[in-house]
Design a protein around this ligand. Structure first.
Ligand code: GTP
Length: 416
């Protein structure tokens, strides 16, 4: 039978609660089971320990998709930061300040680092904050976010869903670029954030943070946070319970205390020592990505800013996770080996002790048996001597008896 061409029994009964359908389903399951049993060929090692590998392999095959919404005024540094984050040059044209309405620019890029593929969708506001009447500036953003939810819902409602090919365009994170005024949030910022905070994960960023002094920056951050709180605006909450994220960033509480993040982007590569790094060259020196000591931006998928203020790549995160997994495997393997060796040693000691005990028992029995043999030998010798004495005495008595008889006979004959 050609196993590779086996076809499953059809048709598969649609599920109903009636008894007859149940029995059909039952028979079908048995049929399927038999087919499955016959088809089974072991392709390799299996077990649920393989699940992490399968997940990693599937993720690598399928790639990742990440949708970022960048909301901020024209020229605030949205494109530069995205390029910095993903270490690319997405070559985006500069927008004009003279649009009558706010619009959105949606671009999808296929990025690759090593063998990890990323489908990156960047949605940027165009003309944001450039109109005299800014009241409705947030509306296109809200409409876009809602439209993506609606599209996903429509796909979900379809009888025949095809999520494998479906490009899920729902926004994972909204990077909200705050002008580095050092003063406070603008009413437009508050209005927009208030209208989208229930729909997307907002990560507030102070753009072009190299333009503010350290003290002013700290005060500005406090001011922004207090304004967000007093206006009831929900920003993204870091998953402090996530052990992996917590380990990678060492202390999420520290990062949460740094909100909003101060970021610096750059398209230029400058020489620092012997290395070429992304940075901004000033007459007084090179800024290799200022920002607070280290920062992190997280959403459903995680992106983080390293000590120098630039974002680590997905590849690094993936590699770190993979390394952690392998380290854990190695540690567990080592522990198992140690346990095994320990048990072998214990068993060996037990065996040796039993062997010693048995040997002693054997020696003891041997000694007892030897003594017993010697005793028996002595008894036998004594018995043999007794037998010899007995035979001697018997012979003497027989001789005496014969002599007595002879003497009696002679006496009788003499009397006659
Ligand atoms: N000082 C400083 N300048 C920056 C920074 N990021 C970007 N710039 C500069 O700001 C200008 C505008 O940057 P873009 O990234 O094009 O800004 P944008 O928000 O994408 O602009 P539009 O797409 O046209 O709205 C460029 O000249 C950048 O070099 C920064 O962190 N610090």
């Amino acid at each position: 039978m050609d196993q590779t061409k086996l076809r499953l029994p059809t048709p598969l009964p649609s599920w109903t609660s009636s008894k007859s359908d149940f029995s059909i389903l039952f028979h079908w399951s048995i049929h399927l089971f038999l087919y499955t049993v016959r088809c089974l060929t072991m392709l390799g090692h299996f077990g649920f320990e393989c699940l992490p590998h399968q997940l990693v392999n599937r993720s690598i095959q399928q790639g990742f998709s990440f949708n970022i919404l960048c909301v901020g005024e024209t020229g605030i540094g949205k494109s530069t930061l995205i390029d910095t984050l993903f270490n690319t040059n997405l070559k985006d044209k500069k927008s004009s300040h003279f649009y009558s309405n706010v619009g959105l620019k949606i671009q999808t890029y296929e990025l690759q680092e090593s063998n990890v593929q990323l489908k990156l969708t960047v949605v940027k506001t165009v003309g944001y904050g450039d109109q005299i009447n800014k009241e409705a500036s947030y509306q296109p953003v809200v409409d876009y976010v809602d439209a993506q939810f609606e599209a996903y819902l429509q796909e979900e409602l379809k009888i025949k869903r095809s999520f494998i090919d479906y490009h899920d365009s729902r926004i994972h994170v909204c990077l909200y670029f705050i002008s580095p005024t050092g003063h406070s949030l603008k009413s437009l910022d508050l209005l927009t954030m208030k209208n989208i905070d229930s729909k997307v994960n907002i990560v507030p960023l102070i753009a072009k943070a190299d333009t503010i002094s350290k003290n002013d920056l700290q005060k500005f951050k406090c001011k922004i946070m207090s304004e967000l709180v007093s206006n009831g605006i929900q920003i993204y909450q870091f998953p402090t319970h996530d052990e992996t994220t917590a380990q990678m960033s060492q202390s999420l509480n520290f990062y949460c205390g740094q909100l909003p993040f101060a970021v610096v982007g750059s398209m230029d590569e400058v020489k620092v020592g012997k290395r070429m790094v992304r940075g901004r060259q000033y007459p007084w020196g090179v800024l290799q990505g200022k920002c607070d000591e280290s920062e992190q931006v997280c959403s459903g998928k995680c992106v983080c800013v390293n000590k120098l203020g630039f974002f680590c790549s997905f590849q690094e995160i993936y590699e770190a996770k993979r390394q952690k997994f392998y380290d854990q495997c190695q540690r567990e393997e080592e522990e198992l080996k140690q346990k095994f060796m320990q048990r072998v040693k214990e068993k060996e000691t037990t065996f040796k002790e039993s062997e010693k005990e048995l040997q002693e028992k054997f020696e003891h029995l041997k000694r007892v048996q030897q003594e017993e043999t010697m005793k028996l030998e002595e008894e036998r010798r004594q018995l043999e001597e007794e037998i010899i004495d007995f035979y001697k005495m018997k012979a003497v008595s027989e001789t005496l008896q014969t002599q007595v008889c002879t003497n009696i006979k002679k006496e009788k004959e003499r009397k006659k």
